[in-house]
Design a protein. Structure first.
Ligand code: PXP
Length: 238
């Protein structure tokens, strides 16, 4: 069965919006695991807009499944990764102004930096993946950099519809077939939702889907009624 990594970044986004201690990211990880997550994914961005260094340290201790840390190749973030030693690290590109990770890593264009990061993390026993677009050149560069795993960016598929979505799916499947033939483990994620996830499951060799925003968004409505009921009960006590 395809495994599910749950990205809980946006629990931290909600916390940071008010500077409150809640919602607690460790509690979110435990709830995701109770719901059947095979792993917890958290992105320590260079601007720390959601996860913070201490969140990563706490998650490292609390996560019972596998902790997958998403990160750019930046010295201060790399230092946190080498300190906490997550089970997995997914190397992603980052641009400060972007709302989310908008494209894949240019593994082919930055091969030396990527290979160095892969080597440093692998030496600690971390399973390193490269978040790349479904492009043969990038798959080959990932294999050449020594990464055991790739994660295909599904954003273009998620943003397309009709024939264009089918074309994006074909690109993903062709890239995944190449990754499989090169002995790479294949993950995928970004923009996946309850409505668009099913066709992705046919991706050759697919190991794990990393999904965040749609799950945290769904949690609002899956939990709002109970949350109001709890506040009603708190008010009814006086
Ligand atoms: N995989 C990677 C590498 C990502 O950067 C993200 C977003 O942080 C995701 C998966 C999850 O994307 P989404 O929140 O759109 O489900």
């Amino acid at each position: 069965m395809v495994r599910l990594g749950v990205n809980i970044d946006h629990v931290a986004t909600l916390r940071n919006a008010r500077g409150t201690p809640y919602p607690d990211v460790v509690e979110a990880a435990a709830a995701a695991e109770a719901g059947g997550a095979d792993g917890i994914t958290a992105h320590l961005r260079e601007d720390r807009r959601h996860m913070r260094d201490d969140d990563m340290r706490l998650l490292r201790r609390a996560v019972k499944t596998r902790l997958n840390m998403e990160m750019a190749i930046a010295p201060d973030v790399m230092a946190v990764a080498l300190e906490i030693v997550p089970d997995e690290v997914c190397l992603v590109p980052e641009r400060r102004q972007e709302l989310t990770t908008e494209g894949g890593l240019d593994a082919a264009g930055q091969s030396a930096a990527v290979a160095d990061a892969v080597a440093a993390l692998s030496a600690k026993g971390v399973d390193v993946s490269l978040f790349i677009d479904p492009d043969a050149r990038q798959v080959e560069a990932a294999a050449a950099a020594g990464a055991p795993t790739v994660e295909f960016h599904t954003g273009a598929y998620a943003n397309a519809s009709g024939a264009a979505a089918r074309e994006e799916l074909d690109r993903l499947f062709a890239a995944a077939a190449l990754a499989k033939s090169l002995g790479l483990r294949t993950n995928a994620g970004h923009g996946l939702s309850y409505a668009n996830v099913a066709p992705v499951l046919a991706m050759p060799g697919l190991d794990t889907l990393n999904i965040g925003h749609s799950i945290v968004a769904r949690a609002v409505f899956a939990g709002l009624e109970a949350a109001v009921r709890e506040m009603r009960a708190a008010i009814a006590r006086r």
